[in-house]
Design a protein around this ligand. Sequence first.
Ligand code: DX5
Ligand code: ZN
Length: 228
Amino acid sequence: MIIAPSLLAADFTRLGKEAERAERAGADWLHLDIMDGQFVPNISFGPGLVAAVRPCAKNLFFDVHLMCGQPEILLEPFVKAGADLLTVHVELGEKVPSLLWKIKSLGKKVGLAINPPTAISAVRPFLDKIDLLLVMTVNPGFGGQSFIHECLPKIQQADAWRREKKRAFHLEVDGGINRQTAAECARAGADTFVAGTSLFGAHNLKAAVAQMRQAAEANDPALADLKV
Ligand code: DX5
Ligand code: ZN
């Protein structure tokens, strides 16, 4: 199980220190939300910020989530900045095949994301071209939103296709993830958990990471009731 704190919920006055804190807290990945104010109604940060944070968390895998209408102009700058995986949205339609190919040709891991309203069948043609499928569990654009339970059957379906095709892509969930919803998503087949508010907002980040991992590994929502 992979735990990926989302830097969007960190203290923006000290993002390098926050990345370092996530590494020391035992996180596996750092999730970086890139919002362009067009694909989603919010703006976050760009390649310059990612490059500045990269040396502060050398051992963390940089999971870059591109919520952007024109990711094709941003792939190389984020690769130069230190991204390990780049995720684009299937809602970009006919651009998707060339984007997935381009990320792979840049030597990076390939991620594909799907928004809550989009039918899971939209990603099926691409399952043999990706290293990660991101099932959004909130509508993208902001942290601190509530988990959308209607997304759970999409995770189950994606997991079923993954088994059927004997694929090994990561099944990532993002949005409203805490110990309880992480356990529910793990039970549905997820193995990679992005969380902002419930990790960077926790009193004790190290304990919060450990308990989210425990709840996910145990697939048992009851474990999620443990107090930090
Ligand atoms: C939302 C982003 C998420 C967000 C998660 O569009 O993709 O990564 O930061 O934040 P929480 O865990 O607070 O919902
Ligand atoms: Zn995200």
